[in-house]
Write a protein that binds this ligand. Structure first.
Ligand code: SAM
Length: 212
């Protein structure tokens, strides 16, 4: 049976956090993440469904897996206004309730920071992807700058408690390579706060494929 993920406090505040992020560039990041997407897509940890209106028409179906009940209810609402057909499902990244080799694209958007077992989640993504499928990612990551990394480490515990289990210092690109994906494209950037790149928010948008 799928283990529940329940973060009632985070689920209440995430729509406001997302609205703040959208006012500071994340709409454009989501569009970049999903540009050129096509076919069947699995979105893992879909949250409120903030990506749903950005899928291009070449996407024939999105299966959006979200374990947190309150967020999944918001995703179900967002699915009714999506740009393409979206089906929502309960489930965890580490144990996807989906068939092998059945998706063209797996989307991780601000979620590999939170998933408890990243290697397990990436192995599951590989299992459900077709051999020539794409893993798309949009994630905040650990800083490469020692000063900011120290700050991220100092904030780790309160951040995790407030942020529904979110980790600030993950090396997501490395985790993807270790999970036997080949990174084909990756862009590093900072969120813009008041028009300036904020070094406290190192992030990546990229695409990887299962290594053959
Ligand atoms: C910061 S939110 C991001 C939501 C959404 N992907 C977005 O781009 O706005 C992190 C999400 O990861 C989900 N999550 C946490 N643990 C998970 C797991 N083990 N499997 C799948 N999703 C998980 C949370 O419920 C939450 O929806």
């Amino acid at each position: 049976m799928t283990k529940a993920v329940s973060h009632p406090f985070f689920a209440r505040i995430y729509p406001r956090i997302n609205a703040f992020a959208e006012a500071h560039g994340s709409i454009e990041h989501r569009q970049e993440l999903l540009a050129g997407a096509h076919g069947r897509v699995v979105e893992i940890g879909a949250g409120t469904g903030a990506n749903f209106r950005h899928y291009p028409p070449e996407v024939t179906q999105v299966v959006a897996v979200e374990p947190e009940p309150r967020l999944r209810a918001l995703a179900e609402q967002a699915a009714t206004e999506a740009s393409v057909p979206v089906e929502t499902a309960a489930g965890r990244a580490e144990e996807l309730p989906l068939e092998d080799d059945s998706f063209d694209i797996a989307v991780f958007s601000l979620v590999l920071c939170t998933i408890a077992d990243v290697p397990g989640a990436l192995a599951e993504a590989r299992r459900v992807l077709k051999p020539d499928g794409e893993l798309r990612l949009y994630e905040h990551v650990g800083s490469e700058r020692p000063g900011f990394r120290r700050v991220q480490k100092a904030l780790a515990v309160p951040w995790r408690l407030m942020g529904g289990g979110c980790h600030l210092t993950r090396d997501t690109e490395r985790a993807i390579k270790e999970a036997d994906f080949t990174v084909e494209d990756i862009r590093r950037f900072y969120f813009l706060i008041n028009g300036r790149a904020n070094p406290a928010s190192p992030s990546v948008i990229g695409m990887a494929r299962p290594t053959t």
